[in-house]
Each structure stands twice: as structure tokens, then as C-alpha cells.
Design a protein around this ligand. Structure first.
Ligand code: 3PG
Ligand code: MG
Length: 407
């Protein structure tokens, strides 16, 4: 297994340390305020360790995408970080110009400086190799001022962007604590999961459910795939159920009918491992009504799994020794349809198994239900986690591994 360096391999005292974190947070489109501080608080742990070790910390991060309402400067992020980190946190409204360079040069041991949104650099989101990206302005201007590069942004490691991979070609580079922890937890389930292993796939996007299922079944990682949410719709359709007008329309609108043949093949190959709901909850006059899937099609929208499915999945979860949850199994934000998500997450929380929970909505559900502390690991990643679960290599991680071979 290729290895990256960790923060234990470095002495940070007096070292100008460029750290890439993932502060990307939900933003209120009207007020432009940060709605959830979780990611900032998570990375504050790594930054605090660097501060305690006497590093001069320069923080690089992105927020939103240019042209979108959540593309804002990192000033608020810096203010929140200053609240959480014991020690001074400054912000400069510049990324790699003279102002930023001067501020970096003035940093003292144990001080933190947050630079502007890296996506203010027009080429940031181009895909490239570490060598290609190391030639771009952002890296050319900042790397000479720094001694070490720390990549703590696991949640953005699936992007081969300039600030994710470029510095690793020029500077001694290490994984940050969050990157290290995320990879350790994920590798635990993907490389040597304790058996039996169950994957619960839900959420409003089902695009990745087939690819994840295929990867974890073909590689003998998962023994059970339990589907809910929109993935449940797709897997029911693959079983030959006509879901009824609104549900079929939803699948067509999301362009998910194309997954059905692949899911059919998967179910034929793994008849004992892949589960679709046996009953569902539909919305009738704003209320929950449960029906067995044998009673489909329904003219009503399916918003949750039903009681029988919760019981069936619950029994599998209780026997499992490792569990991955990606996506809520119902529209838990609506209290009529929280039951499925609550039942499943409570079963996971009650189990002794190693449990890994990830993705923005899943984490929100776990927090809302007060179950976060009962999970073995809660990942802050969305897209990066999905790609990891599909067996893909993450460019940010590969870059750290390559940098380690040069160290
Ligand atoms: C995320 O929130 O998933 C990461 O920060 C990556 O953001 P992106 O999808 O805009 O690249
Ligand atoms: Mg402070």
C-alpha cells in the first residue's frame, strides 16, 4: 500500500506551513452567511496542532464555485476559525499578490493567516498533474515562501485542482490530521472490513449507487447492499416494479432509468446480497401512508421506506460487523417521513459494528437525530467519499503518496 507522510514526520517549529483545508460550507444565498461551521471546526483541530508546534500557518481553502451564490471570500471563515483556534488568526483579502506575500512574510511562530478563496485564481479548477500545476502562478508565487505543504482537504481530494496537487511537486508534503483520519477510517472498511459488511445507500441522488454496489460486491467488501431513498426507487424499478406516475417521472427527470439494466444484472449476479424496499411510505394529503411494494404502482410520491423494510434492514444491520451509510433512506427533513432514516440510523448507532457515516445530508440527519457520537466515524466528505467508495484513486491522495517517495 502506497504511503503518505503524516504530521509526525515533520518539525514545524518556525516553519512557514501552507495548509490546504476544505472550508467549503453551506451559505445562505440571501445573507451570504455561513450556515454550518462543521468543516471549519473540524480543520481547526489540525491548525491548532500546527499552532501549538510553533508553525507559521498559511491557510488555503475554497468556498463555492465562481458564478454561484456560495462563491464568497473567506473572511467569515477566518473569523470563525479565530473563535475556535487558541491563538491569533488573521485574514488577508488577497491570494498570491503582494499583500498576501507581505502578510506571509510577517507571520510569527504560532500565528495563522487565512488567504482569499483559492477559486479567485482563474486556473484553480483546471485539472492537471502536480508537475503541470506547479508551474502555475498560484504555486509559483506561494511555494517559495513556504517550507512545508500540508493537505488536510480529504473532502476535496477528488479534485486534481491547482491548490490540491500543485504544491506537492515543489514542497515537502504531508497529509494533515483530518486527511489521515478520514483515510484510515475509509481504508478500514474498504481494505479489510469485518464481516459481514453492510452498505446502506440512500439519498436524493442515485447516480453513484450502481457503481458503488458493483465495486464493493465484486471486491468482496460488502455482503449486503440495503437501498433506500432514490436508489431504492431505481432498485425497485430494476426488480420490475412499476412505481407509478410521480415516482417514475422523478427517475426520468433525474435521468436514472438508464441505471436499471445494470442494476438488473447486479441483482441477478448477487441475488442474496442486494436489497430493495419491501414496503414504502407515500404521501397522501401531506400524511404518511405505508404500502407493500406488491401494491405498487402508486399515484402518490414515495418519500420513505416502510416499517417492514426498517425491520428487515434492521435485522441485517444487527448482524453486521461493519456498516457504511451513504445517504438517508427517506425525506427525513419532513417529519412524516423521518421514520425510515431514524429507524436505520438508530439500528446502526445501537450496533457494536464499525460504522462509517458520510455525505452532507447523512451527516445532517445523524446530527439532527443526536446520533453522531454513537457512530465510529462521521466523514465530512461528499463527492470525495463517493469516489473512494467506488474504488477510485483520489488525485490529492496520490499526489501526497508520490511526494512521500521523494522525501
Ligand atoms: C465538496 O464540498 O464536496 C468539496 O468541497 C468539493 O467542492 P466542489 O464540488 O465545488 O469541487
Ligand atoms: Mg483565536
Amino acid at each position: 500500500m502506497p504511503k503518505f507522510l503524516t504530521m509526525d514526520d515533520f518539525d514545524f517549529k518556525g516553519k512557514t506551513t501552507l495548509i490546504r483545508v476544505d472550508f467549503n460550507s453551506p451559505i445562505d444565498p440571501q445573507t451570504k452567511r455561513i450556515l454550518d461551521e462543521t468543516r471549519i471546526r473540524v480543520h481547526a483541530e489540525t491548525i491548532q496542532e500546527l499552532v501549538n508546534k510553533g508553525a507559521r500557518v498559511v491557510v488555503l481553502a475554497h468556498q463555492g464555485r465562481p458564478g454561484e451564490p456560495d462563491f464568497i471570500p473567506l473572511k467569515q471563515h477566518a473569523e470563525i476559525l479565530d473563535k475556535v483556534v487558541d491563538g491569533p488568526v488573521k485574514y488577508v483579502a488577497d491570494l498570491y499578490g503582494e499583500k498576501a506575500q507581505n502578510a506571509i512574510e510577517r507571520l510569527q511562530d504560532g500565528e495563522v493567516l487565512v488567504l482569499d478563496n483559492v477559486r479567485a485564481f482563474p486556473e484553480e479548477r483546471k485539472k492537471g498533474t502536480p508537475e503541470e500545476h506547479s508551474k502555475r502562478d498560484l504555486v509559483q508565487k506561494l511555494a517559495p515562501l513556504a517550507d512545508v505543504f500540508v493537505n488536510d482537504a480529504f473532502a476535496a481530494a477528488h479534485r486534481a485542482h491547482v491548490s490540491i496537487v500543485g504544491f506537492t511537486a515543489l514542497l515537502p508534503s504531508t497529509a494533515g490530521r483530518i486527511m489521515e483520519k478520514e483515510l484510515k477510517a475509509l481504508r478500514k472498511v474498504l481494505e479489510a472490513p469485518e464481516k459481514p459488511c453492510a452498505f446502506i445507500l440512500g439519498g436524493a441522488k442515485a447516480d453513484d449507487a450502481l457503481e458503488i454496489s458493483r465495486y464493493v460486491l465484486d471486491n468482496n467488501i460488502a455482503d449486503h447492499i440495503l437501498t433506500g431513498g432514490v436508489a431504492g426507487h431505481v432498485f425497485l424499478a430494476a426488480k420490475g416494479f412499476d412505481l407509478g406516475e410521480p415516482n417514475t417521472q422523478l427517475l426520468k427527470k433525474k435521468d436514472l432509468m438508464s441505471l436499471v439494466p445494470g442494476v438488473k444484472d447486479l441483482m441477478k449476479e448477487y441475488p442474496d446480497n442486494v436489497e430493495a424496499p419491501i414496503d414504502v411510505a407515500v404521501e397522501v394529503d401531506k400524511k404518511r401512508k405505508e404500502i407493500l411494494v406488491s401494491r405498487l404502482p402508486s399515484v402518490h410520491s414515495i418519500y420513505d421506506i416502510g416499517t417492514e423494510t426498517i425491520r428487515k434492514y434492521g435485522a441485517i444491520i444487527r448482524r453486521a460487523k461493519s456498516i457504511v451509510v451513504s445517504g438517508p433512506v427517506g425525506v427525513f427533513e419532513n417529519e412524516e417521513f423521518v421514520q425510515g432514516t431514524k429507524g436505520i440510523l438508530e439500528a446502526v448507532a445501537a450496533s457494536e459494528a464499525f460504522s462509517l457515516v458520510g455525505g452532507g445530508h447523512t451527516v445532517a440527519a445523524v446530527e439532527e437525530l443526536g446520533l453522531a457520537k454513537k457512530m465510529s466515524y462521521v466523514s465530512t466528505a461528499g463527492g470525495a467519499l463517493i469516489e473512494f467508495l467506488m474504488g477510485k484513486e483520489l488525485p490529492g491522495v496520490v499526489a501526497l503518496e508520490r511526494a512521500a517517495t521523494r522525501a
